[in-house]
Structures are given as structure tokens and as C-alpha cells.
Design a protein around this ligand. Structure first.
Ligand code: AMP
Length: 397
């Protein structure tokens, strides 16, 4: 793979698309710098090689032209702190002044360009705009996985203005792709995918794609009840998408034809209200009482899932098993998080992706006990749906 790891940046100006879309408070201080920290290995590598760095990103959703609250200048104090360097600032990312700053950048220096989305040309993937951005660097590095599924000027189009050997993935994006390919393209068998969350409709394409790759597909969360209902079970007031029952049935048939095990939980924790303090009962998943709803998986299902996971060599987890935001319905999600960690200690490769499963892994402090936690929500989902991401294609071809 073409990554910053195997390129010598000595004397080069690297134009890096980073994801610095960080949350700011009312005083414009960064409340969570995770995304900036994640780009530091790439920045440090380039500077250590003797190169210079031009950083470009979007921040928030500016509507029409520049807005002070979305200015990248708010990031400068933190960037100075983590790099230990002065940070030059290009107020207008394609303005005269910015080009002068990038043209005169010396090895070890950093230039931050202002919010790319102050130009609507960015999200439109405008070629002229991308060509102008390209003038800021001798080489192009894409380290922004969160936007790799968008054919924007800075994430995709800009790459066409750099020669083959002069465009590459940053260290963060390189690792993301490697982890996803380990699961989707080079998976060791058995490969088990655990899919949870609210809706079948949001996950159906992933299931379709995994029918070509996985050995086991474990379904949990609210979406399991569409499968239970499709099989003729009683689901009370549980979450259901009636429009998807036929598709759920077809998916189960396809899986059976291909000898793929689709595991639907056999028991559930039902509640008489969508409330942490509601009355709770453990029941068969296909015998939810009238006016009650299933909000978590039960003990027998957890034991079954453990058995499948402990025999797996590759694990992909996306989506919670229940309403884990409520303590009384978090047990299934916590159990899956802990069991994925246990299977990883046992030698399996595990990839966790999607906002809620990542939140669960962090909440239970298991981040270091799984193989990889993906940072790109939408981009990761599209990749596991089997789509080709334009930002990745632009570099990998
Ligand atoms: P998604 O964005 O589709 O991955 O769904 C995540 C959401 O699904 C979380 O907020 C969970 O609380 C919710 N969820 C998980 N299980 C259930 C369930 N059994 N009933 C209702 N919501 C659920």
C-alpha cells in the first residue's frame, strides 16, 4: 500500500487532508481533540523526515462562505501545543497569501489552511478548486478516513493533480484500510460479524455484502425483532420495520443456501416501557408479551454468542445488542464487548466500527484489548457494504 510510512519526505512540502472536524465549546476551545491527535503520527513522520506540512480540513457545516465560528484559527493554540511549533495560517485556503506561505515553507514548518468548506466547490468536487489546492504541496497525503467516502475536492479530486508516486495514504488512513482489508478481503476463517443497532434498513446492505464473506452473522439490537417477526414470532411493542420482513426472510433463505449461519438471539430482556426503570423480564425472543418490548438480549443468547465468538478467527462488530445507553439494558452489549476482547486475547483479529459499538468499547475500557477500533463511521459502513470509497480509489486506483 502507498502510505506515508514508506516515503521519504525530505525537502518535500506535504499537502495533508486531515480530519480536524473537532467539537468546539462556546469559547472556541476544543472539547475533544481525538481527531487531531490521530493525525499526529503522520505529521511527526513528515517533519522527522525533513519535510514541511500543509494541513487542510473542514470544520463544521458553514452555510455560505466564511464564518468566524467555523474558522480553523481556533485550532491553532492546540496545534502549537501538540507539535511544539509555530503554526502559520492561510486565512483563505486558495488566497494569494496562503500560496505565498506554502511556497516559502521551510522543512519542519507547518501551515494550516482555513476551512475548505468556506468554498462550496469543496463538497461539489470542483476540479478548478482542487487544482488550486494541489499547488500547496509537492506530494498529497490523505489521512482523513471520516471523509474517504465523499468525492470532495480535497479528499478525492485533488489526487489527480499529483503523479503516481506522489500521492499516498497517511499513517492513520493506511491502518484503517489495512484493518478493514484484513476482515473483508483476507479474513481468516471462521469469520463472524456481529450486527446490532436500531434498524434493519440501515444494515441490510452490510448483511448482503457479508453473505459473500462471513461464516456467522449474529443479529442483535432492535433489528433482531424484524427477523423474529419474519420467522413468525411474537414481538409485542418491540422495534420493527414491517417493510423489511420479506427482505429479512429472503436474507435468511440466502444464508441457508450458502451454508452461512445467521444467528438470531433466542431470548430477550423485555420491558413494559422504554425507560431504564421499567419493569423487566427475561423471556423467549419470540414470546414478547403484548405491550412489552425487547430492549436487550438474554442469558442463553449471550452464551450462544460466546460459543460462536470463541471459535472465530476474524470478528467484525457494528452496533449495540440492546439499548445500552440505559444501564439496565446494557448487559448484552457489555457482554459482547468483553467477549470480543476475550476472543482477541485468544488470537482472533477483531475490528470494531460504528459510533455506538466504538462508544461501548470505550465505555468498558476495552479499546486496547481489541485489534482495531475504526474512527470513520459512515466511511467504515460504506466500506463494509462493499462500496468502493472514492478517497481510497483516488490513491489506490
Ligand atoms: P444504529 O444507529 O442503527 O446502530 O442504532 C443504535 C441505537 O439502537 C442505539 O441508540 C440503541 O439504543 C438502539 N437499540 C439497540 N437495541 C434496541 C432495541 N432492542 N430496541 C430499541 N432500540 C435499540
Amino acid at each position: 500500500m502507498k502510505t506515508a510510512a514508506n516515503y521519504d519526505f525530505n525537502g518535500k512540502r506535504a499537502l495533508i487532508r486531515v480530519d480536524f472536524n473537532v467539537p468546539l465549546n462556546s469559547e472556541f476551545q476544543i472539547t475533544d481533540p481525538t481527531r487531531i491527535n490521530a493525525a499526529m503520527p503522520t505529521i511527526n513522520k513528515i517533519i522527522a523526515d525533513g519535510g514541511s506540512v500543509v494541513l487542510m480540513s473542514h470544520l463544521g457545516r458553514p452555510k455560505e462562505g466564511p464564518e468566524d465560528k467555523f474558522s480553523m484559527k481556533h485550532l491553532i493554540p492546540y496545534l502549537k501545543e501538540v507539535t511544539g511549533k509555530e503554526v502559520k495560517f492561510g486565512e483563505d485556503c486558495i488566497g494569494e497569501e496562503a500560496f505565498e506561505l506554502s511556497a516559502n515553507l521551510q522543512p519542519g514548518e507547518i501551515l494550516l489552511l482555513n476551512n475548505l468548506r468556506f468554498y462550496k466547490e469543496e463538497t461539489k468536487g470542483n476540479e478548478e478548486f482542487a487544482q488550486k489546492l494541489a499547488k500547496h504541496g509537492d506530494v498529497y497525503v490523505n489521512d482523513a478516513f471520516g471523509t474517504a467516502h465523499r468525492a470532495h475536492a480535497s479528499t478525492t479530486i485533488v489526487a489527480q493533480y499529483f503523479a503516481e508516486g506522489e500521492k499516498m495514504f497517511g499513517l492513520l488512513l493506511g491502518k484503517e484500510i489495512e484493518a478493514m482489508d484484513k476482515v473483508l478481503k483476507e479474513s481468516k476463517r471462521p469469520f463472524t460479524a456481529i450486527l446490532g443497532g436500531a434498524k434493519v434498513s440501515g444494515k441490510i446492505q452490510i448483511i448482503e455484502n457479508l453473505l459473500e464473506k462471513a461464516d456467522n452473522i449474529i443479529i442483535g439490537g432492535g433489528m433482531m425483532f424484524s427477523f423474529v417477526k419474519a420467522l413468525g414470532g411474537k414481538i409485542g411493542n418491540s422495534l420493527v420495520e414491517d417493510d423489511y420482513l420479506e427482505l429479512a426472510r429472503m436474507t435468511m433463505k440466502k444464508a441457508a443456501d450458502k451454508n452461512i449461519n445467521i444467528y438470531i438471539p433466542v431470548d430477550a430482556i423485555e420491558a413494559d416501557a422504554f425507560d431504564n426503570n421499567a419493569n423487566r423480564k427475561e423471556v423467549a425472543a419470540d414470546a414478547i408479551d403484548d405491550n412489552w418490548m425487547g430492549l436487550d438480549i438474554g442469558a442463553k443468547s449471550m452464551a450462544d454468542i460466546e460459543e460462536i465468538l470463541m471459535e472465530s478467527e476474524t470478528i467484525l462488530w457494528n452496533g449495540p445488542m440492546g439499548v445500552f445507553e440505559m444501564e439496565n439494558f446494557a448487559a448484552g452489549t457489555r457482554f459482547v464487548a468483553e467477549t470480543v476482547a476475550k476472543a482477541t486475547a485468544n488470537g482472533a483479529f477483531s475490528l470494531i466500527g460504528g459510533g455506538d459499538s466504538v462508544a461501548a468499547i470505550n465505555k468498558y475500557e476495552l479499546k486496547d484489548k481489541v485489534s482495531y477500533v475504526s474512527t470513520g463511521g459512515g466511511a467504515m459502513l460504506e466500506y463494509i457494504e462493499g462500496k468502493e470509497l472514492p478517497g481510497i480509489k483516488a490513491i489506490r486506483g
